[in-house]
Design a binder for this molecule. Structure first.
Ligand code: ATP
Ligand code: BTN
Length: 328
């Protein structure tokens, strides 16, 4: 993102009215450059209102991400696990970025955040909407000895996210196996784990998207019920920088622990607490099959236990599986 666009956005982020003259003097822009920057910001769905007398106002004030503020908000023990933090204004996808950069031998504890993803990705080729400054789009890179050492990590990630949400005041946060973060039955966030191999060994990139305050106009593109923290917390809505610091702290601590213990008994118990499908009639959609049953929590590896029509409890472990709760 060009520097003058970002500088203009920083100047307008407070949501107050600024005269064109003040902005031009402050940012050392001529009238044409100022106008071009305004147009480019509008293309990112940022609502900038221009008045007849040349004043400019960003209609939804923004709290931009600030790496220093995030780092100073990390808890002490987590800080030792952070090896790199990058904050990008615009990126295709924080997951794609870390998957590519992992080959550079970046180590466990590398975190990438973005104000906006232009090609945010969900599971199985679906897309994830993350408009500018309106959500948290975060990815964490971690290296493991072998793929088997990361089994259940997706659930551990969900638990870390849910704990942070509870800490900032979200009541009734739930997890739908394997990766959906729900509140009031609507999607508040999503988790996408991807992996690869580089000369430095096997690695996982855990991507988390959380809705903070989605512009209503942009969110019409989401084709399922969704919710954001602004709707849940109202005036008490958490600062994005604080949320990022809490989330990174919890993730780093959880991943370090997971590296030692894998999907532990403690995590299986924590999952039960947030599990929104346990005991409910569900349908599992596999690539070539659809299986009805009753969800019975997870086993010791994080696999979903499905009680099938013949009464057996069958484990299903990730991959291209979607779970749908049956409507009664
Ligand atoms: P599954 O249960 O298999 O995970 P899903 O419908 O939740 O299925 P995902 O791949 O997990 O699919 O998530 C992508 C979907 O999430 C998109 O197809 C869209 O419906 C929805 N979505 C995209 N952006 C957002 C967002 N910012 N907030 C909430 N939901 C979103
Ligand atoms: C899902 O529910 O399918 C998962 C959505 C995951 C979205 C996050 S946002 C940060 C990271 N980068 C991506 O492109 N996707 C994940």
């Amino acid at each position: 993102m060009a520097n003058c666009k970002l500088a203009l956005l920083r100047a307008l982020a407070d949501g107050r009215s600024h005269s064109s003259q003040e902005l031009r003097d402050r940012l050392l822009l001529d009238a044409v450059m100022l106008e071009q920057s305004v147009q480019e910001l509008r293309k990112l769905d940022l609502a900038i209102q221009g008045s007849a007398d040349g004043n400019l106002t960003l209609l939804e004030p923004l709290e931009l991400l600030d790496d220093d503020e995030i780092i100073s908000g990390l808890d002490h023990s987590a800080r030792t696990w952070l090896s790199r933090l990058e904050v990008h204004p615009l990126i295709d996808s924080t997951n794609s970025y870390l998957l590519t950069q992992a080959g550079m031998d970046w180590s466990s504890g590398t975190v990438c955040l973005a104000e906006m993803q232009q090609i945010g990705r969900g599971r199985q080729g679906r897309s994830w909407l993350s408009p500018f400054g309106a959500s948290l789009a975060l990815s964490l890179l971690w290296r493991f000895k072998a793929p088997s050492a990361a089994v259940g990590l997706s659930l551990a990630t969900g638990i870390a996210v849910a704990r942070v949400l509870r800490q900032v005041g979200v009541a009734g946060v739930g997890l739908k196996w394997p990766n959906d973060v729900l509140c009031q039955g609507r999607k508040l966030g999503g988790i996408l784990l991807e992996s690869g191999n580089s000369p430095g060994g096997f690695y996982v990139v855990a991507g988390i998207g959380l809705n903070v305050a989605l512009p209503r106009t942009v969110a019409t593109a989401i084709d399922q019920p969704w919710i954001d923290l602004r709707e849940i917390l109202g005036e008490e809505c958490v600062s994005r920088n604080r949320l990022a610091a809490l989330l990174i702290s919890e993730l780093l601590t959880s991943f370090a622990l997971f590296q030692e213990n894998g999907f532990s008994e403690e995590l299986a118990v924590a999952w039960q607490h947030f599990d929104v499908v346990a005991g409910r009639r569900v349908t599992l959609k596999l690539p070539n099959n659809v299986i009805p049953g009753i969800a019975r929590g997870v086993d010791g590896s994080g696999a979903l236990l499905l009680e099938t029509v013949d009464g057996q409890w069958v484990p299903y472990l990730g991959g291209e599986i979607s779970l749908r709760v049956d409507q009664t």
